[in-house]
Design a protein around this ligand. Sequence first.
Ligand code: FAD
Length: 479
Amino acid sequence: MSAFDYDLFVIGGGSGGVRAARVAAGEAGAKVALAEEDRYGGTCVIRGCVPKKLMVFASGYGAMADEATAYGWDITAGAFDWSKFSGRLNSELDRLEGVYRKLLAGSGVTTYDARARLVDAHTVALSTGETVTAKHILVATGGRPVRPDMPNAHLGIVSDDIFHLETLPKSILIIGGGYIACEFACILAGLGVQVTQYYRGAQILRGFDEEARGLIAESMRDLGIKLHTGTNIVEMHRAADVDDDLMSGPAEDVQFGGATSEAPGTGPIRVKATHGAIEDFDVVLFATGRTPNTADMGLEGVGVTLGRAGQIEVDAYSQTKVPSIYAIGDVTDRVNLTPVAIREGMAFVETVFHGNPTPVDHALIPSAVFTQPELGTVGLTEEQARDQEPIEVYCTSFRPMQTAFAEKPNRVLMKLIVSQKNRTVLGCHIVAPNAGEMIQLAGIAVKMGATKEDFDRTVAVHPTMSEEIVTMRKPMRTA
Ligand code: FAD
């Protein structure tokens, strides 16, 4: 008989927490409980990947109807009905949340609909007033979007709020240049919203390959997005409360980071930008970053250490400084993607419940940015690779057959970064429709250590866009 109530207590019912709990209970036979303070499924299912991807699909149909006419179809895209779409979206998320609850129950996991806080190395206090003990505690509390620390930031919304808009705005200002900002810019432009985007850096999608970033920025401008780089917001007010000269406006309700959004649709927001423009927008979306959910959880009190960004510090086995407490997923701020949180959860179970110490391999993780066109990427960018060793760069950019026929300007980009020393493909970057699907497959070859010659030996699938990835004969440059 164990001295503890449970073998494992998981805090957070998102991607990582649910998987770890299910596998520990179902496969390893452990006695497991999980606490979730909000909705089961977490960021990915409720306010991230899933609803976003459904919005990506929704936003694509308008352009498709347009292209179809060039192929002889007599079609005109009608108006987009946001309330119909969001009603169906919410039903789908309810269904998925139900699936997550069922999976946990089916694996024998006890669930608590409650916020959890650490009391000591083996004890958790729940917002229901209960206290439970466990041999191991797994913190999988994810992260949340943050607003910039500026007056009136509460007038803007964050990515969580997008899915709950009652009406689609006519105009939106998106602040930020990361993947979430760019994805929502493309989605909303596709749905007919006038999109303006400010990013304070010189180019969007920092950290991705420079040429890929450049092509996506151009493509976004072609979509009608008014993308301003090197630009930030200076101040914002409810338009009804100020004159044109914002500086003379009243200092309304000044609030700082951490404020919650106002109900949207209570009048346009007047924004002054660093380039001097003063413009009104129906909605301002801050996509300016995310922070790990570690506040007020009793972590430091029990000896768990946090990094500068508030993330839980862990070793390669996801173990914190307190031996009985582990942490996985976005709360550790390693690679903030759903499949990575899931891998970390499974490696944790393997390590702790199967006695097989398993670190997570964070190298060569393929990923996608669901802009229009998409970016699929794996491995090193040209810039990272050339700092590491001598490389060859194979690159091609062309107008794909499908949209060229419809006389659209769309271009795609295929790029391979190859080691001069051992011919290994160090990085693969694709900007194209469905690049996310392509990079999943190219990622296998890159992860296996394929050389450029392995790519060359593979016969092309014709006619496709991705055949170019195996037909680039001469390097564009060396570096
Ligand atoms: P989460 O899924 O965030 O789950 C944490 C859970 O813990 C939450 O449900 C929260 O309510 C709960 N919680 C927090 N504190 C407590 C507490 N004290 N007590 C009880 N419960 C608590 N990733 C991809 O791979 N592909 C994508 O296309 C993609 N798109 C994204 C789009 C957006 C807009 C966003 C925001 C994220 C996206 N991500 C994407 C990232 C992905 O959603 C996260 O990496 C993933 O959800 C992390 O899983 P997690 O288990 O660490 O945390």
